[in-house]
Design a protein around this ligand. Structure first.
Ligand code: ATP
Length: 373
């Protein structure tokens, strides 16, 4: 999965803070989102995934202002979406959010051209002649210009979704939010829609997309996994994909964040192993000692990679020295008891780790021995 480093100078374009959403009904209160804290950065293509009912749509409806938080804050740029009035919201949304739905939601009595012009008319963006030119330009972009005067009912679902994307881009919004945009399309058409989103990312847009399609979810630049209304640590999800979502969430809560300065030792060869570590930012260097006593850096590990598992699983002292690379590093650590409890619950994860551990050990020793003395 490609990795976007989100820690540079750029400011988040979407900031969600301490977000809670509770629905009330005669049957009682039901909290769908619990204390969500997440940032999205300009140019990110974010896939929001999770089981049915986990709260994905609820989360993105908070970003677009379609739904409102019970508690907490949602900012898009510098705008506090959570405290906007309904009137302000409609115009703000039309200018700043491109929204794409699973069932396209084109207005059936308007032509495709009129559907794409509508957001510009509604938000009074661009001059009237420009609106027509721009709508035609967008229809050309999604290769629907030859159908401009047709009604939605006269074209296929995949074509309707392309027009819906053109409509979402009408006011040139910085953020596009899509709820299962490929959920109603065959795989070839879904691929074409996804490719269109990738082009929009190349043009600097930020996309937040809910999807159930695991093959598409692997190709976004960042994945946000929701389990039981909470966000799973992205690096837990990447490091241990065989855990259940509940287990991932449990690990997320147990992890202790740690920061190490460039060159600082995290684990020293021959010392007893005491933690399992996942890299969350920057890199670590793995160094083995040659027989002449010289340290050889055999590999570097970046975000989503882990270390310390060999020592805990085999109850042995550290097989290598691990230190922060020149960039410094942030890791998330699990203590010995929590790690053992986790592997006792997930045989698949234990097997995957044992397999990787022996592979990495061999690779590291070969890399060390391949070094000229
Ligand atoms: N307006 C509402 N009133 C009451 N409950 C709601 C409302 N909207 C959503 N819910 C409930 O909140 C939970 C989360 O719904 P949401 O649609 O966000 O889940 P989801 O992860 O997007 O699911 P799916 O993948 O099936 O679309 C569900 O149990 C749903 O029934």
């Amino acid at each position: 999965m490609p990795v976007v480093q989100t820690t540079g100078e750029s400011q988040p374009i979407v900031r969600i803070r301490d977000l809670v959403k509770t629905y009330s009904s005669t049957a009682g209160d039901f909290t769908v989102l619990k204390n969500i804290h997440v940032d999205f950065y300009p140019g990110e293509f974010v896939g929001v995934i999770g089981k049915s009912g986990s709260g994905k749509s609820t989360l993105i409806n908070m970003i677009t202002g379609i739904d409102r938080p019970t508690q907490g804050e949602v900012y898009v740029g510098n705008v506090a979406v959570h405290s906007m009035s309904e009137n302000e919201m409609a115009i703000w949304r039309g200018r700043n959010m491109g929204i794409v739905f699973q069932f396209f939601q084109l207005l059936p009595m308007l032509s495709l051209l009129e559907n794409v012009m509508l957001p510009m008319d509604f938000c009074n963006m661009y001059s009237v002649p420009e609106r027509y030119e721009r709508a035609m330009y967008l229809l050309r972009m999604v290769e629907m210009q030859d159908h401009a005067n047709k009604l939605p009912s006269a074209i296929s679902g995949g074509q309707q979704q392309r027009v819906a994307i053109a409509r979402a881009l009408a006011n040139d919004p910085p953020v596009i939010v899509a709820d299962e945009p490929t959920g109603n399309l065959d795989s070839k058409t879904a691929e074409a829609v996804f490719a269109m989103f990738e082009q929009l990312i190349d043009r600097g847009k930020t996309i937040v997309m809910v999807t159930h399609d695991s093959s598409l979810a692997k190709r976004v630049t960042r994945t946000v996994l929701i389990a039981d209304g909470e966000v799973v640590n992205e690096y837990v999800f990447r490091a241990m994909p065989t855990l259940t979502h509940q287990q991932m969430l449990h690990v997320t809560k147990e992890l202790v964040p740690m920061t190490f300065e460039p060159g600082q030792v995290i684990m020293r060869e021959s010392d007893p192993g005491d933690h399992f570590y996942i890299v969350t930012e920057g890199e670590v260097e793995i160094a083995l000692k040659r027989p002449d006593g010289v340290d050889v850096v055999v590999t570097r590990l970046g975000p989503g990679k882990y270390f310390g598992e060999i020592e805990l699983m085999q109850d042995r002292s550290a097989v290598a020295t691990v230190r922060a690379a020149a960039s410094g590093v942030k890791v998330a650590a699990l203590d010995h008891a929590d790690f053992d409890a986790l592997l006792a619950e997930s045989e698949q994860t234990r097997n995957a780790m044992e397999y990787n551990a022996s592979k990495h050990l061999n690779e590291n020793v070969s890399a060390r021995d391949g070094e000229k003395l």
